[in-house]
Each structure stands twice: as structure tokens, then as C-alpha cells.
Design a protein around this ligand. Structure first.
Ligand code: BG6
Ligand code: MG
Length: 209
């Protein structure tokens, strides 16, 4: 029985995945490295530095210090884009689903690889909706490692088998499965056959609680 739902943040609760793309695109164009939406889909769920390593996989021209500078620069652009975010950027479907889950007394958590998760939740005024937040600041391994979800479940006081994970990243679905969670693929992961359930709209999460 599902007693808790752990949501990925970027690309599930709010479309900050587009802002990640815009910020990386600015960096890639400036340094003359090819970057497109297909490559961007591989960055879903993976940490900032791992994302940069994927973007730079065809070149060895950048030292570790260069990479740190590029990652910092990307984050500055991304934070600038995030500062314009408000609750209006959250879809009615997401708000409705969260409210309904709460009224059914389902425990809710965020399980995100992002170090900006707290800032994003404050911008969209959803911090109070979640009983627990596990993010890039409390993990040492990013998805597809299950660490971020295992910590979220622990914060909720639930076993992995009692929780569903809602993810738009294939790496996130792999992480959920590795941790023993019920995995739900949405968006880019809605076509991923390793997900236990694939949904076209977040309202469908209500079917499993
Ligand atoms: C994940 C995104 O949520 O967070 C990734 O899907 C991103 O694309 C990762 O790289 C880390 O985010 P941040 O905000 O710490 O750079
Ligand atoms: Mg995501």
C-alpha cells in the first residue's frame, strides 16, 4: 500500500528543466560545444558537474578548474532565471494533485538532485506542501543511485515499498527501482519501459493511493 509519494522537482513539479536547458545552452554556445534538447534529456536527474561532463564528453580541452568555473557560471545564469519564478509557473494540475494527496493524508516529499531545490520551492511557495525535502545538499551520489529517495523515505518515516516516486528522468526511474520504490514515469520518462507505471498527467498519481 502506498502511504507516501516522493516527487522529483525539476520537470515534475515545475518546468525548471527548461531553465536548466536555457542556461546550459548559453554556456555551450559561448564555448562552441554542440548542445541540443536530445543531449539535454540525458542531463535530467544528474548532478550539475555530471551534466557538464556529459556536455563536454566530445572534448578534453577543459581542465577541472575550467569546469568548475563553467558550472558556477551556469548556476549564476540559472539562478537569475529562477528569480523570475512564481507560483503562477506551477500548473493547476500539479496544485490539484498535491492538494488531493494531502487531503487523503498521503505523506509528500521532494527527492531532487538539485542544490537549488529549497530556493525553487520558496519561489513557487510550495515548501509547506511537503513533509520532507531530500535534495542535492544531502546526498553524495546523484541519480541513478537511490540515495536521494532513500533519505526522503527515511525523513517520511516510511519504507521504500510504501512509497511511490514520480520522475521525468530515466535516471530517476532507475534510482527508484534500485531503491525498491514503486516508480512512476511522467514527461520524458513517460515512455520509459522500466517504469512500473507511465502517466501522461500528474492527476493519474491519485490512482495508486
Ligand atoms: C536535477 C536536474 O533536478 O538537478 C538536473 O534534473 C540538474 O538537470 C540537477 O543538473 C542539479 O541541479 P542544480 O540546481 O544543483 O544545478
Ligand atoms: Mg526531473
Amino acid at each position: 500500500m502506498i502511504k507516501g509519494v516522493i516527487f522529483d522537482l525539476d520537470g515534475v513539479i515545475v518546468h525548471t528543466d527548461e531553465m536548466h536547458y536555457q542556461a546550459w545552452k548559453r554556456i555551450a554556445d559561448r564555448i562552441g560545444v554542440e548542445f541540443n534538447r536530445e543531449i539535454n534529456n540525458r542531463l535530467r536527474g544528474v548532478s550539475r558537474m555530471e551534466s557538464l561532463n556529459i556536455i563536454l564528453e566530445s572534448t578534453h580541452a577543459f581542465s577541472d578548474e575550467d569546469k568548475q568555473r563553467l558550472a558556477d557560471e551556469k548556476n549564476a545564469i540559472y539562478r537569475q532565471l529562477l528569480s523570475a519564478l512564481t507560483q503562477n509557473d506551477v500548473s493547476g494540475a500539479v496544485l490539484q494533485a498535491l492538494n488531493e494527496l494531502r487531503s487523503r493524508r498521503v505523506k509528500l516529499a521532494i527527492g531532487s538532485s538539485s542544490k537549488n531545490a529549497g530556493f525553487i520551492l520558496a519561489q513557487i511557495e510550495l515548501t509547506e506542501y511537503f513533509d520532507a525535502i531530500s535534495d542535492g545538499n544531502n546526498i553524495s551520489r546523484s541519480k541513478p543511485d537511490p540515495e536521494v529517495f532513500l533519505i526522503a523515505a527515511e525523513y517520511l518515516g516510511l519504507a521504500p515499498a510504501e512509497c511511490a516516486v514520480v520522475e521525468d528522468a530515466c535516471a530517476g526511474i532507475d534510482a527508484a527501482r534500485a531503491g525498491g520504490f514503486y516508480s512512476v514515469g511522467i514527461g520524458d520518462a513517460s515512455g520509459y519501459d522500466r517504469a512500473d507505471m507511465r502517466i501522461g498527467s500528474i492527476a493519474e498519481v491519485l490512482k495508486i493511493v
